[in-house]
Design a protein around this ligand. Structure first.
Ligand code: NAP
Ligand code: ZN
Length: 359
């Protein structure tokens, strides 16, 4: 007889899971593997709620495995380390992002791009090396190979967990595509979890930032609080027309299919449009506006472990933290409903440490 999720591994674990495409979460008893010699075990304190959780809970990407315990912006405190662990000791503050494993020897892994390894093991909704399902950070305890664990900077608040996905996903393409040069003009499409981090990093790099949004009610705060230089309503053709040929690059964080042509028109020649949002259906890509101006459309997925640590240290140094609404575990289903309506400024973070109570 197949082992149940509760006894397939020796360490008792408790979290919230969905069992089907309804995406509704409820309490779930499961288990974690024993802390291996290169593993770090930690008590989860905070976990961010990413729109990718929502996509996967509802099988919008067509690869969902159930039961699913989401959560890939996980911050906690080390409770046990394996005999060969070098970087961490009991009591250290640590973080785990979107992956907990990769092959460690392919072309990507050998240059610190584990995020592009074809054998990457996602933090949840994937399979561990032993064939069991991976479960994420909406839970009390996690075990991960130390290579996929980052050191949480001392002066960074632990509830800044969204840096581990929203942060690195926007930091990495700004750097890689050279959109981090002072004086450049960068557009950020969609002012949600990822978008607001893109604004903060782009400003920290010294660029001018224009937010391109569907929500007029986000304008005042985007400028006064997040430090954006200007704000365009993407559904207002006059505003969009007036801003044509002004941007050096765009980070597009929108979670649903949306028009790409107006974004291409906003860019100068050689402008780079980097897609990081992951809509469930293909977007329409008009080619002529790309040819006229030698423009580029690219994608980017989280970041490697080395760069994730670099991003965290940069955030700590420059005091860059996400704007969050910290909520108790019982609130998770309401939080997911609100996230779907873009009704959060700008990221929910679950207070796992204080509110995940085993019933
Ligand atoms: P989010 O907080 O929901 O933000 C998405 C934003 O998109 C919303 O705040 C909204 O901004 C805008 N938007 C929503 N509906 C729209 C519509 N119909 N038309 C135009 N804009 C719309 O989500 P998130 O957590 O930032 O994630 C965004 C996307 O990135 C998701 O698809 C997620 O799966 C993906 N993602 C990718 C990676 C990666 O590695 N590439 C990593 C993490 C997440 P406004 O109100 O300003 O319009
Ligand atoms: Zn994410």
């Amino acid at each position: 007889m197949a082992k149940s999720f509760e006894n397939e591994h020796p360490i008792k674990a408790f979290g919230w899971a969905t069992r089907d495409t309804s995406g509704v979460l409820s309490p779930f008893n499961f288990s974690r593997r024993v802390t291996g010699e290169k593993d770090v075990q930690f008590k989860v304190m905070y976990c961010g709620i990413c729109h990718s959780d929502l996509h996967q809970l509802k099988n919008e990407w067509g690869n969902s495995k159930y039961p699913m315990v989401p959560g890939h912006e996980v911050v906690g405190v080390v409770t046990e380390v394996g005999s060969k662990v070098e970087k961490f000791k009991v009591g250290d503050k640590v973080g785990v992002g979107c992956m907990v494993g990769s092959c460690r020897k392919c072309e990507n892994c050998s240059v610190d791009l584990e995020n592009y390894c074809p054998r990457q093991i996602p933090t949840y909704n994937g399979y561990s090396l032993d064939g069991t399902l991976t479960f994420g950070g909406y839970s009390d305890v996690m075990v991960s190979d130390e290579h996929f664990v980052v050191r949480w900077p001392e002066n960074l608040s632990m509830d800044a967990a969204p840096l581990l996905c929203a942060g690195i996903t926007t930091y990495s393409p700004l750097k890689y595509f050279g959109l981090d040069k002072p004086g450049m003009h960068i557009g950020v499409v969609g002012l949600g979890g990822l978008g607001h981090m893109a604004v903060k990093f782009a400003k920290a790099f010294g660029t001018k930032v224009t937010v391109i949004s569907t929500s007029a009610n986000k304008k005042k705060e985007a400028i006064e609080r997040l430090g954006a230089d200007s704000f365009l309503i993407s559904r207002d053709p006059e505003q969009m027309k007036a801003a044509m040929n002004t941007l050096d690059g765009i980070i597009d964080t929108v979670s649903v299919v949306h028009p790409i042509l107006p974004l291409l028109m906003l860019m100068k020649s050689h402008g780079k449009l980097v897609m990081v949002g992951a809509p469930e259906k293909p977007v329409e890509l008009p080619v002529f506006p790309l040819l006229m101006g030698r423009k580029l459309v690219a994608g980017s997925c989280i970041g490697g472990m080395k760069e994730t640590q670099e991003m965290l240290d940069f955030a700590a140094k420059h005091n860059i933290t996400p704007d969050i609404e910290v909520v108790p575990m019982e609130y998770v289903n309401t939080a997911l409903e609100r996230l779907l309506k873009s009704d959060v400024k700008y990221r929910f973070v679950l207070d796992i440490g204080n509110t995940l109570n085993k019933k």
